[in-house]
Design a protein around this ligand. Structure first.
Ligand code: FES
Length: 146
């Protein structure tokens, strides 16, 4: 394993062992749940959105180290971002996982998840939290229109 792969692995394990923003918000503006039917793993996201900014976000989940670490990394990355910025980050993340972009330092711990690309069957694990976030943002947008 290269030094970079080892670093990516350490970042993922650190988030798995010490997840950030874990829990469920008591009065969220939007809550959504993602499920991987292949393995049964779950991610639940709850968010507060104020003036179009994701002011708070928590996750609860069960599953493999990659899915749970990815959720932890996501909450750190998205908190304080506008919904448009959060959507842009989802697009960037997906493009990174498809190998279409080289991540920049600005992505912080998100970059570590590109190490998962070496194991194609695990890419779904890394994506679970991000597709759940996308659904949550879509739900929120619909609730604002009605
Ligand atoms: Fe289920 Fe990773 S093995 S999400």
């Amino acid at each position: 394993m290269s030094a970079l792969d080892e670093l990516y692995r350490e970042v993922i394990l650190e988030h798995y062992r010490h997840p950030r923003n874990q829990g469920r918000l008591p009065d969220p503006d939007v809550a959504t749940r993602g499920h991987n039917p292949l393995c049964g793993d779950d991610i639940e996201l709850s968010m507060k959105v104020n003036d179009d900014v994701v002011s708070d976000i928590r996750f609860l989940g069960k599953g493999c180290s990659i899915s749970q670490a990815s959720a932890s990394i996501l909450t750190e990355a998205v908190k304080g971002k506008t919904t448009a910025q959060a959507r842009a980050l989802i697009d960037t993340f997906k493009a990174m996982m498809r190998g279409e972009i080289t991540p920049s330092d600005e992505l912080g711990d998100i970059e570590a998840l590109q190490g998962v690309r070496k194991y194609p069957v695990r890419i779904k694990c890394a994506l679970l939290a991000w597709t759940t976030l996308q659904e949550g943002l879509d739900l929120y947008a619909r609730s604002q229109r009605s």
